[in-house]
Write a protein that binds this ligand. Structure first.
Ligand code: ATP
Ligand code: MG
Length: 553
């Protein structure tokens, strides 16, 4: 990569200005997910942005569940969301906050607005409210209930709370401006009646606050300074400001919007993922082909690689898509030095060294990572019978094929030169065994300079080999071919998963634990699957191949 340019993104510039002008003297940010699904890579962007800003300015970072809407919430997601945030390394001081803890404050805030003549109880039906609202071209009309007295509004709102009215029969609305060019300011609904059991407050409430009213209050109560959200809330900002100003919070928070992260060649929509799960195409929301945080973790992505990706993709006000290949680049860069490079044969074929003593085993010291001396070396067994990858042998090689073929000599990585003298096929014509001779003088480390060979291939000693299943992945959708079919269904890549069940790995893999990552020499980076690996079965996910289609600028 070229020289790193340290430029401040537009949010940092705003914060710098706020601190300089004394609007705030600290920075407090938050991440407020709804507990209604798994977190995905887009959320990771928001988490790392908010946490990163708090850290950069020596401020505070709050983690709060936005659980004001009981219909959509499912508490089953609470724990997975907490785990994901911790895994990303965003330290929220172990305090898990819930918006629902502030329901009393929100109720009081609504009463305060009524007392100021800034809110009223409205009896229009939902359809009527919509009709009265007008549209982009036409101003709205005042509700006939808009001029109710403060006393009447206080009385009705309290009775709404006490359960005297049926669901949907009344709402509390902010009294702002039905002619505002911003439709969000046309007397928005701030409380509704809905008899729903809330996971936290049970049946205490039969009225619930609307998001645009609740969110600024949550922020203000927690002393958030910069409430960072995505662009779709830009038009709601005037309402956010109206709420915190009318409620007279000292030093109220301000809202700043940025563009959501979109990624090519992936599926993030819950509707599509649900269908993929139902159709048995993916094995749940943590399938390694998906980009939920749990899926990325299972695939073998590291928090560092995701952070790096967010740095490269930047913070912007303009909507755009980031390239999935850039994410792959980031994990390759991260694992390059960290992961041991070991030998694994994915499609094995037996190689017999005819002139090597039967029953003898010798050991080679092989570097764990040629680029990182600190990674040390390991002992690798070698004997008369090995496995090599099928693609490293050809009966009739094309030009420039430097691997094994009859009569050709190659280097076995870290061991000896071997020359192919014969091969055997089964009835179907499939090559099942290759015979070679080795030259003892070419032993690795002996300083042999007698002759050179053009090809080096990896291998695994047969009697000590560890069996494994290896799963290779391709993008689940191909952006260029179109993510959707004409009928709106997902055009998924039928080759997105290849399962190899007969892989042979060098003996050192016996120590591999779920979640460990390695480079399989010449094949890419692989991670031990945390879900399907058992005591007797090792399963690996290919995180990424070694070849890159992304070039950092
Ligand atoms: P989704 O519908 O994809 O689950 P959401 O916006 O409904 O997304 P929330 O739980 O409401 O999810 O969002 C929590 C926070 O994460 C919000 O501040 C939201 O703006 C942010 N966020 C969600 N998606 C993205 C994204 N793609 N890029 C950046 N931030 C995002
Ligand atoms: Mg949501």
């Amino acid at each position: 990569m070229g020289e790193e340019v340290i430029s401040r993104n537009f949010i940092e510039q705003e914060i710098d200005k706020d601190l300089k002008e004394g609007r705030y003297n600290e920075v407090v940010t938050r991440f407020p997910p709804e507990p209604n699904g798994y977190l995905h890579i887009g959320h990771a962007k928001s988490i790392l942005l908010n946490y990163g800003l708090a850290k950069e300015y020596n401020g505070k970072f709050n983690f709060r569940f936005d659980d004001t809407n009981p219909t959509k919430e499912k508490t089953e997601f609470v724990q997975s969301i907490i785990d994901d945030i911790k895994w990303l390394g965003a330290d929220f001081g172990d305090t898990v906050r819930f918006a629902s803890d502030y329901f009393d404050d929100m109720y009081e805030a609504a009463v305060k607005l009524i007392k100021k003549g800034k809110a009223f109880v409205c009896d229009l039906t939902a359809d009527e409210i919509k009709e009265y609202r007008g549209d982009f071209k036409n101003p709205g009309k005042n509700s006939p209930y808009r001029d109710r007295s403060i006393e009447e509004n206080l009385d009705l709102f309290e009775r709404m709370k006490n359960g005297e009215f049926p669901d949907g029969s009344k709402v509390l609305r902010a009294k702002i401006d039905m002619a505002s060019p911003n439709i969000n300011m046309r007397d928005p609904v701030i409380y509704r009646i809905a008899r729903m059991t809330h996971h936290n407050t049970g049946d205490k409430w039969c009225i619930y606050p609307m998001y645009d009213f609740a969110h600024p209050i949550e922020d203000a109560i927690e002393g958030i300074t910069h409430s960072i959200c995505t662009l779709e809330f830009e038009d709601h900002r005037p309402l956010y400001e109206w709420v915190v100003n009318e409620l007279e919070y000292p030093n109220p928070p301000r809202q700043i919007e940025f563009a959501k992260l979109y990624l090519t060649n992936v599926v993030t929509g819950k509707r599509y993922i649900k269908k993929l799960v139902e159709d048995g195409i993916v094995d749940g929301w943590d399938d390694p082909r998906l980009v939920s945080i749990a899926a990325l973790r299972r695939r073998g992505y590291t928090p560092e690689s995701i952070k790096k990706f967010m740095e490269l993709s930047g913070i912007s006000k303009a909507q755009s898509s980031s390239d999935y290949a850039m994410l792959e680049y980031c994990i390759r860069e991260d694992l390059k030095m960290k992961a041991d490079r070991m030998m694994a044969v994915l499609d094995p074929i037996k190689l017999v060294i005819d002139n090597y003593p039967e029953g003898q085993i010798e050991y080679f010291d092989i570097d764990n990572n040629q680029e990182n001396e600190a990674a040390g070396t390991r002992k690798v067994a070698f004997s008369r019978e090995l496995y090599i990858d099928r693609e490293d042998f050809m009966e009739e090689p094309p030009k420039k094929y430097f691997r094994l073929f009859p009569g050709n000599e190659v280097r076995l990585k870290g061991a000896y030169f071997v020359k192919c003298v014969d091969y055997k096929k089964d009835e179907t014509g499939k090559v099942v065994e290759i015979h070679c001779t080795y030259d003892p003088e070419t032993r690795s480390g002996s300083g042999f300079e007698g002759r050179k060979v053009k090809g080096t291939i990896h291998w695994v000693e047969a009697s000590t080999a560890v069996d494994a299943e290896v799963r290779l992945y391709e993008n689940i959708v191909d952006e260029e071919k179109g993510k959707l079919n004409e009928d709106g269904t997902l055009n998924y890549n039928p080759n997105s998963l290849t399962v190899l069940t007969d892989c042979k790995l060098e003996a050192a893999f016996k120590e591999a634990k779920p979640g460990d990552s390695f480079q399989f020499l010449r094949h890419g980076f692989f991670c031990v699957d945390t879900k399907d690996t058992t005591d007797d079965k090792l399963v690996f996910n290919r995180i990424v191949s070694l070849k890159s289609s992304y070039k950092p600028s």
